[in-house]
Design a protein around this ligand. Structure first.
Ligand code: CP3
Length: 322
């Protein structure tokens, strides 16, 4: 959940001298910012510094991450012709810099905490590739999906194969767990979620050579937990719009649950942060299978002090339950 991000002055100092993509592509720097939050915040897993959009970039789509706008593709996909121009062969080879960053990060961590690698889910990658940037209504991607479903499926199939290859390479390079982010799953109707997102996540999960590494699926805004529970994965990520205890009783002990703290509570007074941490732990209850985490990315203006306090609350209050 963007452990290394703009809320950390140590990250901003490096970012002030390097543009975002160069940072992702320079293993020495990417591994440095990956390790920063372990030392500064005290979290007990590291997430590799990178971005989900390195896959489309490696397929030939020029990417810029602009300070106040976020990621932008200058030439988004708007037709089957655009789609067929993607360079879909050897994508993982062009992402060798990610594997190098993993190897270097593992050295720097020297076994202190596990390292999580990640990928965007095909649907979320496709939304950025078609919209060209973030969106409020997602009308461009939905128009494409409803008018040219065959082309949409072609794109989603290409992305699924790329994600399988990429995550398997990340596991081989040393990641101890992998997470699939479907950030925009929640904008789809239940039926469309099955057709345009879930079937591809299922396809990916069935083809991962995990070697025992846990697979985490985070489909933000999706409440179809029975369907998520059927995936060949180990952990389901939750945002904050559902009660973790409820989800646990619905899907049983088949999957571990990760989440579900609203990152905006990190702006509140310390008592409120502690209260919410305790509430989530109490709702999940005793036993293993709870990965405490934010329900989505930490926001750039979050006080570092509060992030540290949050982590200390989780460590202190969770002892009673696990
Ligand atoms: O925690 C970590 O350090 C891991 C790093 C990480 C980043 N992006 C770095 C980043 C991860 C896990 C991601 C995933 C990602 N990227 C997702 C899925 C997770 C989610 O948040 O939903 C998505 C949708 C993206 C696409 C993306 N990249 C967006 C929407 C943005 C803008 C973010 C913002 O806050 O404006 C980015 C850029 C980005 N990726 C930043 C970071 C640290 C901020 C860029 C900067 O330094 O200027």
């Amino acid at each position: 959940m963007r452990q290394a991000g703009r809320y950390l002055p140590e990250y901003r100092a490096i970012r002030a001298k390097t543009d975002f993509l160069t940072l992702c592509k320079t293993p020495e720097l990417a591994s440095e910012v990956t390790v920063q939050p372990i030392d500064i915040i005290g979290v007990d897993a590291a997430i590799l510094f990178s971005d989900i959009l390195v896959i489309p970039e490696a397929m030939g789509m020029a990417l810029e991450v602009i300070e106040s706008k976020g990621p932008v593709f200058d030439h988004p996909i708007r037709s089957l012709t655009d789609l067929r121009k993607l360079n879909t062969e050897g994508v993982t080879d062009r992402l060798q810099y990610v594997m190098d960053a993993i190897k270097l990060t593992k050295q720097k961590l020297s076994g202190r905490v596990p390292l999580i690698g990640f990928s965007g889910a095909p649907w979320t990658l496709a939304t950025y590739m078609i919209e060209g940037k973030g969106s409020k209504t997602f009308d461009t991607v939905k128009r494409f999906m409803y008018s040219e479903p065959e082309a949409m499926h072609e794109l989603l199939r290409i992305l699924s194969d790329a994600v399988v290859d990429y995550l398997n390479a990340k596991i081989r390079a040393g990641c101890d767990a992998v997470q699939i982010f479907d950030t925009w799953a929640g904008i789809l109707s239940p039926r469309d979620f099955e057709e345009f997102s879930l079937q591809y996540i299922r396809y990916i999960c069935e083809r991962l050579e995990t070697n025992g590494s846990p697979v985490i699926v985070f489909a933000k805004g999706v409440h179809q937990f029975d369907k998520l529970a059927d995936l060949k994965c180990d952990v389901i990520g939750l945002d904050w719009t559902q009660d973790i205890g409820n989800v646990r009783s619905r899907i049983g002990e088949t999957k571990a649950l990760q989440g579900n703290f609203d990152p905006c509570i990190l702006f509140a007074p310390k008592e409120r942060i502690k209260e919410e941490t305790g509430r989530i732990l109490e709702s999940f209850g005793g036993g293993s299978g709870h990965v405490f985490n934010l329900g989505h990315g930490i926001l750039p203006k979050t006080p570092v002090e509060n992030a540290k306090y949050f982590v200390s609350c989780v460590k202190e209050l969770s002892i009673k339950y696990h």
